[in-house]
Ligand binder design. Sequence first.
Ligand SMILES: [Fe+2]
Ligand SMILES: [Fe+2]
Length: 390
Amino acid sequence: MIDVIILLDRDNAEPAFANALALAFKVARIPLATANADRLAHARVVILHSSLRRQSEVSLLASILPEERRKSDTIYVAPGSDRAGLVQAEALGIERIIPSFRPPGDIRTAVQSILNRDLAIHLAGRSPHMAKAIENGDILYRQAGAAMRADRPLPPEILGATTRAISEATRREGLGGWLEAVKLHHSGTCRHMLSVAGNGSAFGQFLGLYDTDIAMITEACLLHDVGKLFIPTTVLEKDGPLSDREKRLINTHPARGAFALQRGGRSAVEVIEAVRDHHEYLDGSGYPNGIGGSSIGWLTRIVTIADIYSALTEGRSYKVAMPPRQAMAIMSEMKGKLDDRLFTAFRSMVLEPVFKTSRGGRDKARGGVREPCLKSGKHPLDRANREDAA
Ligand SMILES: [Fe+2]
Ligand SMILES: [Fe+2]
């Protein structure tokens, strides 16, 4: 499934708004004359950029795009000031019509409103905590992308609200319920951000960590791939293998994300480190800097485990979701790369059925924890165990 398909006619050059949309959505461009019902069925939003002067193209569109979709999922962007195209679009039942002189942001907003409507419909049957956390995550995803591309700091209000909402949702509804709800979001990049955050937040609760540590883990997990928001969605969410050039581009994301957060000046140093180092391994075989051992902080080690587990267990258009046990088996083979003790604890959380549907060991483990550990230099398990034993 792609977000947007742009139908172009042969008389007009490729519109400038297409590139702007490709930064935020998964976009395909095809000539209107070659469009068919099957291709349109795989797009959530259809943008028609055609003068609609040829009756054959108007008839084709009417036959391959159902009336309901023309009304609710289609945007007509008139290529010129010709009234004839507007009249044809209205006759086709298209309600969203944007004159070509409007800025690209207007088209992006129209696309987003269709995608938001779909998300709201999906969330209708969910608990209020789930719905709120997903909605906040969706807003954060969009605002973070816009902020990164415009060289602005991340909006702290929505980041804080999303962090709290995800912790609340996983605490009340369980990790399994959260991961099910996350699947409803249309963007694979946003789904990944939310599933890593849920896995990280639940892990912090499972370890019995202090609330500020859980919040820091959730925030770092939400932001770990923020550098990917600089990369066009067509590369990021490509259906299929990446070229070497595309891989090199994607591999810039840890450094770009960390740099952007540092420049924003509002993130904790541990969070910036986790964003920069989340693809590093303890044995020095990761990237971008090949650091290892004690150079990799506790928060980063947690984010890395949540990230790898999420990536393995998420479904994409080109791969099926891997069952948790299989993901655990693969991660067990990553000897020397992950923090052994944290991974063993993470595996206990994932494979412990009780935690998937209810509160985890948080209450039991939290007991006498009196202060946060992630900034103290103590291994999170030493902290939790020591306090447990007390
Ligand atoms: Fe990453
Ligand atoms: Fe990731």
